[in-house]
Design a protein around this ligand. Structure first.
Ligand SMILES: Nc1nc2c(ncn2[C@@H]2O[C@H](COP(=O)(O)OP(=O)(O)OP(=O)(O)O)[C@@H](O)[C@H]2O)c(=O)[nH]1
Ligand SMILES: [Mg+2]
Length: 308
């Protein structure tokens, strides 16, 4: 009888325990993992081992992070990872460190991804670092994290669990919890994969992903073109507004200039008129003075005639 082959792809945000989970699944130190603030896994890596009679191939990926840039880059790297197995992927694990906050950075990526891909039908969540929730023994580390039933559970996390049809496993994948723990957890993980197998027509391939991805890219391209057109329209409108304001300013300046010129001309005319009036009055005064002088002279000469 042929051995069952399963391909599991692990995705998630950087530092959420993807590589450690990969090592846990394969029960060997195959992938490099580590603490700290800098992303460890820098490229997609594939490793295979036989676990519970299954030829299990785990594909570890570069974590979602700001360093990856826009969502397109995140999707591109998922696309590359999906190409690693020719037969397709039986299940995609979304790794979330249960001990850490579910940040908006993750949910933003997810919200965009929901629109873009049908990958969720093949996906289940693994909450890693179960011990980090304060659980110590094997039984406790399998419990549903209290946060999931808390009314303050982030909507984005609830949506993610809805998207994966409430398929999730809680695992302590770093600390050695013994062979029984490993066997139990791997059985749970294989159950998830079987559940996915039952509910999907076949393994998930990069072709399906690319279809959704190209639709997404087209939509984004249209969005960008629309945005550029809107910006261009806005720019033109603002330019027209500026021109109009400039014209109005020029018209106003012209009106003021004309008003001032008219005022100046009126004042000039007024001055001329007043000068003319003054000159006429002076002439009049001089004429009267001359007349008076002439009269006095005539009077004097007529008096002289009378005396002689
Ligand atoms: N206690 C405990 N520590 C964990 C668990 N999972 C991961 N860690 C620790 O968390 C840190 C990050 O784990 P990695 O497996 O390197 O995380 P990653 O998602 O592969 O990170 P990148 O490769 O940078 O994207 C390491 O120090 C791990 O030892 C877990 O289940 N329990
Ligand atoms: Mg890693």
């Amino acid at each position: 009888m042929e051995t069952e082959k399963l391909n599991i792809l692990i995705i998630g945000s950087t530092g959420n325990g993807k590589s450690t989970l990969g090592n846990f699944m394969l029960n060997a130190e195959m992938f490099q993992s580590g603490p700290g603030m800098i992303a460890v896994t820098a490229e997609v890596t594939k490793e295979t081992r036989t676990i519970q009679g299954v030829d299990l191939t785990v594909i570890d990926t570069v974590g979602f992070s700001d360093d990856l840039g826009p969502l397109e880059n995140h999707l591109e790297q998922i696309s590359q990872a999906l190409d690693v197995c020719t037969g397709g992927i039986n299940a995609v694990v979304f790794a979330i460190k249960a001990s850490e906050r579910f940040t908006t950075a993750i949910s933003d990526v997810l919200t965009e991804m929901y629109q873009t891909s049908d990958l969720w039908d093949h996906c289940f969540v693994v909450f890693t670092n179960a011990k980090g929730l304060g659980n110590t023994d094997a039984e406790q580390t399998s419990k549903v994290p209290k946060q999931l039933t808390d009314e303050r559970c982030p909507e984005s996390l609830k949506t993610l669990l809805d998207k994966v049809q409430q398929r999730y496993v809680v695992v302590e994948s770093k600390d050695d919890m013994g062979d029984n723990y490993h066997a139990t957890k791997m059985s749970q993980i294989f159950q998830m994969v079987n559940n996915i197998k039952q509910h999907t027509p076949g393994p998930y391939t990069n072709r399906s992903f690319q279809l959704a991805f190209s639709k997404y890219k087209d939509a984004k391209e249209k969005e960008r073109t629309k945005e550029i057109q809107q910006q261009e329209q806005q720019r033109l409108l603002e330019e027209q507004k500026k021109q109009l304001e400039q014209q109005q300013k020029q018209l106003e300046e012209e009106r003021q200039r004309r008003e001032e010129e008219q005022k100046r001309q009126e004042e000039e005319l007024q001055r001329k008129l007043e000068g003319e009036i003054r000159r006429t009055a002076e002439l009049q005064r001089q004429r009267e003075e001359e007349e008076r002088r002439r009269r006095r002279k005539r009077k004097r000469s007529s008096n002289k005639c009378v005396i002689s």
